[in-house]
Design a protein around this ligand. Structure first.
Ligand code: NDP
Length: 225
């Protein structure tokens, strides 16, 4: 069975992704900060604070030698929701970058060998359409800039790992009903998770040129940078 390692698997879109992969028979390694109160049938949970190098190293040792077909960096924050530039502190902006931009790249580095040793060889990153400069609606300085920077970093990574057969994709999950997305959102977590899984499922080294370094909506349509 293929294996996925998924961050932020305890709630929201990550939980729905975990459940969708379990339902499809995958081995699911889920991470969250507090494993004591989480229990999703079929998910092997490990504790991970994505900004802590020691926490990443601990997880790395726990999955040492295992092939990971899909590493999915999903955990993220939107700390400046509803805040203007003048209400946003440097600390919030830096924290947003740490969680949304830097941590996914550190995790990619930590697990690239596991991914390269798998069949599918995929690194997926949950970004956001709010990262798109072409579609920018303004505001949300920290969140938007952190996801735009994530997109650039993933595109850089896609060039570095291409020779190993690894494909890196960034995905917009839609506007989704979660704690982050709110109750007015367009789609359910199930629709988002199933849609994104359908986008990621066909990716393998033979189709690398059609996916590596690209930005997709949850329905598979391309999103402009
Ligand atoms: P939620 O707020 O519902 O869940 C966020 C997840 O990220 C939680 O599992 C949370 O864990 C985890 N997380 C946050 N900070 C850390 C950290 N420092 N270390 C480890 N885990 C952390 O968000 P969504 O499910 O809505 O969002 C998931 C992803 O989708 C995010 O990257 C988000 O930016 C993106 N996205 C969401 C959209 C939406 O409409 N919902 C739209 C576009 C993009 P914990 O429970 O411990 O806090």
């Amino acid at each position: 069975m293929p294996t996925i390692l998924l961050t932020g698997a305890n709630r929201g879109i990550g939980k729905a992704l975990a459940e969708t992969y379990v339902a499809d028979g995958w081995d699911v390694i889920g991470t969250c900060r507090d494993t004591s109160s989480v229990n999703i049938k079929g998910v092997e949970f490990h504790s991970l604070e994505v900004t802590e190098p020691d926490s990443i190293e601990h997880l790395k040792q726990a999955v040492d030698g295992r092939a990971i077909d899909v590493l999915w960096n999903n955990a993220g924050v939107y700390l400046d929701k509803g805040k203007g530039l003048n209400q946003l502190s440097d600390e919030e902006w830096l924290k947003t970058f740490h969680i949304n931009t830097i941590a996914p790249m550190r995790l990619a580095s930590a697990f690239v060998d596991n991914v390269a040793n798998s069949n599918n060889k995929v690194m997926a990153f949950t970004s956001s359409q709010m990262a798109s400069i072409k579609r920018n609606g303004g505001g949300a300085y920290a969140y938007r800039s952190s996801k735009t920077a994530l997109n650039m970093a993933v595109n850089c990574l896609s060039q570095e790992v291409a020779s190993r057969g690894v494909s890196c994709v960034v995905l917009h999950p839609g506007w989704v009903e979660t704690d982050m997305g709110g109750s007015e959102a367009d789609i359910t977590v199930e629709t988002s998770a199933k849609g994104m899984k359908n986008v990621v499922d066909p990716i393998n080294p033979k189709l690398q040129n059609s996916y590596n370094g690209l930005f997709f909506n949850y329905d598979g349509s391309p999103i402009p940078w």
